[in-house]
Design a protein. Sequence first.
Length: 206
Amino acid sequence: MPSQPNSGWPTDFHHTLRLAVDHSQKNERPDLRALFFAFSSVGLSGFGGVLPFARRMLVEQRHWLSAEEFNAQLGLCQFLPGPNVVNLAVVVGKRQAGLAGAIVAPLGLLAGPLVVVLLLALLYDRYGELPLAQSMLRGVAAAGAGLLFAMAWRMGAALRDKALFLPFTLLVVIGIAGLRWPMLWIMLGGLALSGGLAWWRLGRQK
């Protein structure tokens, strides 16, 4: 009986590409108004961190991306300059509504929070030193950390090769929190390690 080929990066890539095509065919593309208000809801909900709310909106509520597509596109956005969630809004907007969508989606993401931040800045200048305000800020920071952890766990659960999720996560945590390496080093090291692993698996398939 012929042996089954090991899964590797090429197989994962084609699988994700096929899912993207099927997913796009099954879901109607939103108009510019829907894009604007969808990302506005994300921006206005994301106290303590926007990415978990963006994932919930894109994957679980609107179904504009599958879980695997979200992982792949967020990974790409992390290598681009600028905030990850803004880059993601541009990518999703371009995919759903072309160039106009690439402009409208980040505008929706940023317009509402900009107004809120300006108002909060005025209030913080006046009341920021109060103990109650300091306690509220610490609570928001803790909630944001919890949201990011939950999102990371869901992203890991969506990976096809789950055996690598925990080792890669542990290496990143050690590099950032323990060794305090720069983020660029971590990203380049992860790229080299994952690329080498994909090359090794591809060689085993031949």
